[in-house]
Write a protein that binds this ligand. Structure first.
Ligand code: ACO
Length: 331
């Protein structure tokens, strides 16, 4: 039986780190307000020459190195982003060129903060029924979440601009076959669930686009309503995936959630009876990096030794659309 196994992770942050105190020099806000409402202490903001595709390529190179493969071994690149370098071509195409993954086909997926979950489910499906030829005899997917939200923020709107940061995270998945009798302990993606409810566009959206205003637009959000939907939807989809996999919350070794806001993370964990120590939290240093947040947090926890081979890890996210999803995998 085929599984998409996670064999490497990587991440990249822009060079410039901006603390709450630094933001408060130009925006009518304070470190106390931001910390108390969101748990955010700092974020990284892209500077000149740093784009969604360059950050993605940096994260990808680290994931490739960690996986012990070469770029030529990759047969598909799926990049989740809501802030592509250009309307077209896809940022994934640019990454393919930047890293020299000449055997890969590449495309972007757009599901905002849930984008990485959508990209994982897509890559998992493509590895099980490959649409491309094997690359160097392997079936490897490069799955990336990369964003430069700083470029679509309204820096005059203190209710949103303090919440987001830029960055990228990447993983390598490889298709491997296991005997039916060994599936209980086999690594790889065990179950994924994705959802969309398009009826709430006005709660979280960008007020521009190529086919409407002909502009890039700025992010708009009704924070309080988004918060309410997020906690309910995330708890539902987590239960759904655990039921599908036949596991209980106390069997999870780690939950790596989308890092929107510490209060959403705490409220969701509480609703499911998950101890806070099992939830990887990086929002304090990265803020909300949209589609990049899950793979960024995953890479941090893999590299600092918290997440170990063989462990059961749940990824989850909710974002504009609304879109939400979860993915259970064994490392
Ligand atoms: N600094 C200081 N004061 C502020 C700031 C700021 N940065 N932003 C807003 N305020 C003020 C408001 O003006 C308001 O003042 P008023 O009462 O005098 O009018 C007061 O703070 C309260 O504002 P609210 O918006 O009601 O604050 P709330 O307690 O709801 O917190 C927050 C706002 C943090 C955005 C919260 O609603 C939240 O966490 N929402 C979830 C949003 C989120 O995480 N979205 C991302 C998930 S989806 C995705 O990732 C794309």
């Amino acid at each position: 039986i085929r599984r998409s196994c996670l064999i490497g992770t990587g991440s990249a942050l822009p060079a410039r780190r901006v603390s709450n105190a630094e933001l408060a020099e130009t925006i009518d806000t304070s470190d106390e307000w931001i910390q108390e409402r969101t748990g955010i202490g700092a974020r990284h903001l892209a500077g000149e020459g740093e784009t969604t595709a360059t950050l993605a390529a940096d994260a990808a190179k680290k994931a490739i190195e960690a996986a012990g493969i070469t770029a030529a071994d990759i047969s598909v690149i799926v990049l989740a982003t809501a802030t592509p370098d250009q309307t077209f071509p896809s940022s994934a195409s640019k990454v393919q060129d930047l890293i020299g993954a000449k055997n890969a086909f590449a495309f972007d997926v757009a599901a905002v903060c849930s984008g990485f979950l959508y990209a994982m489910a897509t890559a998992d499906a493509l590895l099980k029924t490959p649409a491309g030829a094997p690359a160097n005899g392997r079936q490897c997917a490069l799955v990336i979440g990369s964003e430069t939200f700083s470029r679509i923020l309204d820096w005059e709107d203190r209710g949103t601009c303090v919440l987001f940061g830029d960055g990228a995270g990447a993983v390598i998945l490889e298709a491997r076959d296991f005997p039916a009798g060994e599936m209980a302990a086999a690594p790889g993606v065990i179950a994924s669930r994705l959802h969309t409810d398009g009826a709430h566009n006005e709660l979280l959206y960008v007020d521009g686009g190529p086919s409407t205003t002909g502009t890039v637009g700025k992010l708009r959000m009704k924070g309080r309503e988004v918060f309410r939907h997020a906690v309910t939807n995330l708890a539902d989809v987590l239960r759904e995936v655990m039921e599908e996999a036949g596991i209980a919350a106390d069997q999870l070794d780690w939950v790596v959630p989308h890092q929107a806001n510490a209060r959403i993370l705490d409220a969701t964990a509480k609703k499911l009876g998950l101890p806070a120590e099992k939830v990887v939290k990086t929002v304090g240093e990265h803020a909300n990096t949209s589609a990049a947040s899950v793979p960024l947090a995953l890479d941090v926890a893999v590299r600092d030794g918290r997440i170990q081979p063989g462990q059961l890890v749940m990824l989850e996210a909710m974002g504009g659309g609304f879109t939400w999803g979860a993915c259970l995998l064994r490392l």
